[in-house]
Design a protein around this ligand. Structure first.
Ligand code: PLP
Length: 434
């Protein structure tokens, strides 16, 4: 049976996050800056604290603290493998950030290139998936980085645009799973096939999308995929899935005594076992949504994966209802599509085939984004960002910044309504009444 996130269950979900209702000073507010990093689930923080204190030793020794550290790391790799439906825990590499992992991958790929190659990406990337490839160009390892531009009206990317940029020198197609500004999703399976048919590696930046839906590397058929713990109800630190044959084939920068095979070959320096404990806690928390009355934590493997599948179905359904409310409003309350004086960038509806992440970027006519963000916080207790989000997108719309609200599954309907009420009010200020 699917656990629907309804008006009753959402109260239970919100109790899993100390920051869902109030900020650290006890002030009631709505946290809508989830695109920049989600709140941390208690189950993740608790698991991290145990590892931090009990299993602080380095790996590779006989004593209990060292064994505990090794087990914690392996458990974390297994949890991420379950989350991503990866072949095995040995396909999961950890790192400081998605940015550092993608730089590591691009350097290793660059060693294989001749300088004639090109890399194809989308027009709505975070710079994490741009500069690693730009660097290869600067160092003469590739000839060109090509951008498949999205439709500026709909905010969506037609996969044919990717196809049209590919030629016999394309060695990598690397795209984001969803724009961190527009909320538009990429048709990953379609693009993976295009890349495969061209004989190119397919790399996915899943940092923004990871909290919003299932991510299945074997069904996508990607060669590598990155995401970050702090966008998935955990702490900082990131993970990269890599296909086993690619992991073996490439030669990342490494120190001589470090492992010659497996994820250890790719990881720089000593691991932080607490980071692995934290991600295990976050992934187990998500699986709890799939079956809240079952024994916790779930068994790794099949049981956890089945609960995760149910959890993400519930999360997607619930987030879709929040997105519909945000876009279209309700009754007399106008949504982002209809507020006079507000321009919404990105999809105006939920794509029936691939969906939409609940991320909404917008501007209010004649108003400074940072000033609006300040009003939203000071007057309405709404945490909404005003930045460029390290994305290529705002500049394409000739903007330095945009306001952005990202909802996740712990956001309540009342918070979407509060945002719409505030924006309706702010947008109407300074306008003449007819
Ligand atoms: C789509 C996307 N990619 C990459 C990043 C950067 O991730 P990290 O901070 O782990 O390097 C972000 C962060 O906002 C993002 O939204």
């Amino acid at each position: 049976m699917l656990m629907k996130i309804d008006s009753r269950f959402i109260k239970q979900v919100r109790k899993e996050f100390p920051g869902a209702e109030i900020d650290p000073y006890g002030r009631e507010r709505a946290f809508l800056d989830n695109g920049a990093g989600t709140l941390v689930a208690i189950r993740s923080a608790q698991r991290e604290a145990i590892a931090r204190i009990d299993w602080s030793a380095n790996v590779g020794n006989i004593f209990i603290e060292s064994k505990g550290a090794e087990d914690t790391i392996l458990e974390g790799r297994q949890a991420v493998a379950d989350l991503l439906n990866a072949e095995s825990p040995d396909t999961i590499i950890s790192g400081e950030s998605a940015t550092s992992l993608l730089f590591g991958l691009s350097y290793a790929l660059g060693k294989e290139f001749t300088g004639r190659e090109n890399v194809v990406t989308s027009g709505f990337e975070h710079y994490t998936n741009i500069n690693p490839w730009v660097e290869l160009g600067t160092n003469g390892k590739i000839k060109e980085l090509r951008f498949a531009e999205f439709d500026m009206n709909t905010g969506e990317l037609d996969s044919k645009k990717i196809e049209s940029l590919i030629d016999s020198d394309t060695t990598v197609v690397s795209v984001t799973a969803a724009s961190n500004v527009l909320g538009s999703r990429t048709d990953l399976k379609k693009i993976a096939k295009i890349a495969r048919d061209a004989g190119a590696y397919f790399v996915v930046d899943a940092v923004h999308h990871i909290a919003h839906g299932p991510t299945d590397v074997r069904s996508i058929k990607c060669d590598a995929l990155v995401f970050s713990g702090y966008k998935l109800f955990s702490r900082h630190g990131s993970f990269m899935y890599m296909k086993p044959d690619l992991m073996e084939k490439l030669s990342p920068y490494k120190v001589l005594p470090s492992p010659k095979h497996g994820p250890g070959k790719w990881e720089m320096g000593t691991r932080d076992q607490a980071m692995f404990a934290a991600i295990t806690g976050a992934i187990d928390y998500i699986s709890w949504i799939g079956n809240p009355s079952a024994k916790y934590p779930p068994n790794p493997g099949k049981q956890r994966m089945s609960r995760l599948a149910k959890a993400f179905k519930s999360i997607e359904d619930y987030e879709e209802s929040l997105s519909t409310l945000a876009l279209n409003g309700r009754g007399r309350l106008k949504g982002l599509n209809d507020i006079p004086g507000l321009t919404l960038f990105g999809p105006k509806a939920i794509n029936p085939k691939i969906g939409r992440d609940p991320t909404f970027s917008f501007k209010l006519d004649g108003k400074d984004d940072r000033a609006v963000s300040k009003i939203l916080w000071n007057k309405y207790s709404l945490a909404v960002g005003a930045e460029d989000y390290y994305s290529r997108v705002p500049a394409l719309y000739k903007a330095d910044t945009m306001l952005r609200a990202t909802f996740v599954h712990y956001n309540a309907e009342k918070e979407v309504i509060a945002l719409l009420k505030a924006l309706n009010e702010i947008a109407s200020k300074g306008k003449k009444k007819r």
